[in-house]
Write a protein that binds this ligand. Structure first.
Ligand SMILES: Cc1cc2nc3c(=O)[nH]c(=O)nc-3n(C[C@H](O)[C@H](O)[C@H](O)COP(=O)(O)OP(=O)(O)OC[C@H]3O[C@@H](n4cnc5c(N)ncnc54)[C@H](O)[C@@H]3O)c2cc1C
Length: 458
C-alpha cells in the first residue's frame, strides 16, 4: 500500500536517495538515547528546502508520519522513528549560505555541522557561542530543534539566543520564512521562537539565520579540585556573587573524574570529590584579572588545588576532561542513560548529594557531571539493559531524582529535550492549563499529528 508513496518520494529526491531495505533502515532506528529503537518505513535524503517541502506534502497526502533527523545525537529519543514513518535525514542540506560581516549574521542550511558554523564565523574574526558537547557531529538544525545548550551557556546563553530567523516546512508542506536580520523586530507574534526547541513536532527547519559575536581576544582555563562537593558548589556561588560571569563553569563528580582519567590520561587525581572546569574570556586585561580573582575564590572556598593553564593548548587539554566525560562514562557498562535534570543554582549542592545517596540506596552506578553555572546536571546511569532487575532499580532511582528536581523548582530537561524519554515526566512539571496550552499549539499547527508523533506528549 506504500508503493505509490515511495515511488512519488523517489520522484522528488531521486531513487538513490530513498532507503527501504531492512539492514539500511537499522542505523536510522535509534539516536543517542539508550534502549529506544523503532524501524521506520523508509529513510529519505532531501537536498534542499523545496525537496523537504515536496516530501512533506506527499507524506500529508498519504498520511505517513514524518520524523526529521539531523545527526541522530539526540539524548531524549527525539529522532527515533515511529512505525511506518518516513525519516527525513537532513544532512545533505549542508551549505553555509552567507556570513554577513556588516550585520554579524550567518545563514546556513539546517544540516551544517555545528562546529562548521563556528569555524566559518572564526574565519571572519567572529564566533558562534553555543557549543554543545556534541558540536563536532550535531547539526545546527538539530540544535535549533532542541534549543541546545553548551559549555559556554553561563555567559552566552543557549541556541535560542542566537536564532534571528528560520525557514520552516510546515506539516502540510508549506514553506515559511520567519524572522530577519533586524536586531529589533516586534511585528506580530514571534513565530520563529515557537519552532526553537519544538523537537521536530511543529515544522521542519531547513535554514537558519544566526547571530554572531566578535571573537573574544583572550581566554584562560583552570581546573579546581575539591575534597567536598559542598566546597565546589560554594565556589560557584561565590564566583557569581563576586560579579564574575565566567564563560564556562562545569562540574565532574568523583566517579566521572575517575572514568575520564582512566580513558584520557590527562593526569587528574582520582581521589577528588569534585572538579570544576572554569574558563573566562574577553579583553586580555579582564581575563587576567578574573583568572586571579577566581583562583583566589576557589582556594578560599576549599579547593585542594587550582591548575591554571599557561596557554590555549593547555587550556584545551584541561577542558577535554569535561568534553570527554560522556564518552568516558559510556565505556564502563553496556548501557548509558544520561539524564538532564536542572535546578535553581542555589539547590545544586543538595541535588548532587541527593543523586549520590539515591545511587547508593538503589545500588547503582551513577556518574554526575554538568553545567554547574547553569544548574544543569547530567546524572549518568551506567547499567546494562539486559539486566531486568537492575533496570527496574534504574527506573525507581530516576523517578526519585525527577521528583526531587521538581520539588526544588527544577525542570526535567535543561537542554536535551523531552522527546520520548521525558514525556512521562512533563505533565508533572506543568499545571493542567499550561500543559494543555502546549497541546493546543500542536493541534493548531499539526491537526493530523503527522509530524514526529508521540514526542513530547502522546
Ligand atoms: C556526546 C554528546 C554530547 C552532547 N552534549 C550536549 C550538550 O552539551 N548540550 C546539548 O544541548 N545537547 C547535547 N547533546 C545532545 C544532542 O547532541 C543535541 O540535542 C543536538 O542538538 C542534536 O542534534 P542532531 O543534529 O544530532 O539532532 P537529532 O538527534 O537528529 O534530532 C534531535 C531532535 O531534533 C529534531 N530535528 C533534527 N533536525 C531537525 C530539523 N532540521 N528541523 C526540525 N526538527 C529537527 C529531531 O526530530 C529530534 O526530535 C549531546 C549528545 C551527545 C551524544
Amino acid at each position: 500500500m506504500y508503493e505509490d508513496f515511495l515511488s512519488s518520494i523517489a520522484g522528488v529526491v531521486g531513487a538513490d536517495q530513498v532507503l527501504t531495505g531492512d539492514e539500511d533502515l537499522v542505523p536510522y532506528g535509534f539516536d543517542g538515547t539508550a534502549v529506544l529503537k523503532q524501524r521506520p518505513l523508509c529513510v529519505v535524503f532531501p537536498a534542499d528546502s523545496l525537496q523537504v517541502s515536496g516530501c512533506v506534502k506527499l507524506a500529508a497526502l498519504h498520511a505517513v508520519p514524518v520524523v526529521a533527523r539531523g545527526s541522530g545525537t539526540g539524548l531524549s529519543g527525539g529522532s527515533v522513528p515511529v512505525e511506518k514513518s518516513m525519516v527525513l535525514v537532513l544532512t545533505r542540506l549542508d551549505k553555509i549560505l552567507e556570513v554577513d560581516e556588516r550585520n554579524l549574521t550567518l545563514r546556513a542550511q539546517c544540516g551544517v555541522i555545528t562546529k562548521e558554523v563556528d569555524d566559518a564565523a572564526g574565519r571572519f574574526g567572529l564566533f558562534y557561542p553555543p557549543d554543545p558537547g556534541s558540536m563536532k557531529i550535531s547539526t545546527i538544525g538539530g540544535n535549533v530543534a532542541e534549543n541546545s545548550g553548551g559549555l559556554r551557556g553561563l555567559k552566552y546563553g543557549v541556541t535560542r539566543d542566537y536564532v534571528m530567523g528560520l525557514t520552516v516546512v510546515l506539516p502540510d508542506g508549506r514553506l515559511v520564512e520567519l524572522g530577519n536580520k533586524c536586531v529589533k523586530d516586534v511585528a506580530g507574534y514571534s513565530m520563529k521562537d515557537l519552532f526553537i526547541g519544538s523537537e521536530g513536532t511543529l515544522g521542519i527547519i531547513t535554514e537558519v539565520l544566526l547571530k554572531l559575536l566578535p571573537k573574544p581576544q583572550a581566554r584562560r582555563t583552570m581546573l579546581a579540585l575539591y575534597d567536598s562537593m559542598e566546597a565546589a558548589a560554594e565556589t560557584v556561588s561565590a564566583i557569581i556573587a563576586a560579579k564574575i560571569i565566567p564563560c564556562t563553569l562545569e562540574f565532574l563528580d568523583r566517579m566521572t573524574v575517575g572514568c575520564v582519567e582512566d580513558y584520557a590520561k590527562i593526569g587528574l587525581p582520582t581521589d577528588v570529590e569534585a572538579l570544576l572546569l572554569i574558563e573566562t574570556d574577553g579583553h586580555p586585561v579582564a581575563v587576567e584579572d578574573e583568572t586571579v580573582r577566581m583562583r583566589d575564590i576557589a582556594l578560599k572556598f576549599g579547593a585542594r588545588e587550582v591548575k591554571v593553564a599557561v596557554d590555549e593548548a593547555e587550556g584545551a587539554r584541561l577542558a577535554s576532561a569535561r568534553r570527554q566525560a560522556f564518552s568516558a562514562l559510556a565505556r564502563v557498562k553496556p548501557t548509558t542513560i544520561l539524564e538532564d535534570v536542572t535546578v535553581p543554582r542555589s539547590e545544586l549542592a543538595r541535588m548532587v548529594k541527593f543523586i549520590r545517596l539515591t545511587a547508593e540506596r538503589h545500588r547503582l552506578l551513577i556518574g554526575t557531571f554538568g553545567h554547574m553555572g547553569d544548574g544543569n546536571l547530567h546524572p549518568t546511569f551506567l547499567t546494562d539493559e539486559r539486566d531486568i532487575e537492575e533496570m527496574h532499580r534504574v527506573e525507581l532511582a530516576l523517578e526519585e531524582i525527577v521528583e526531587e528536581t521538581l520539588a526544588v523548582g527544577g525542570t526535567v530537561t535543561g537542554e536535551h529535550g523531552v522527546g520520548l524519554a521525558k514525556k512521562v515526566f512533563l505533565k508533572r512539571q506543568f499545571s493542567e492549563a499550561s500543559y494543555e496550552l502546549m497541546r493546543e499549539v500542536k493541534r493548531a499547527l499539526d491537526p493530523r499529528g503527522l509530524l514526529n508523533p508521540g514526542k513530547i506528549f502522546d
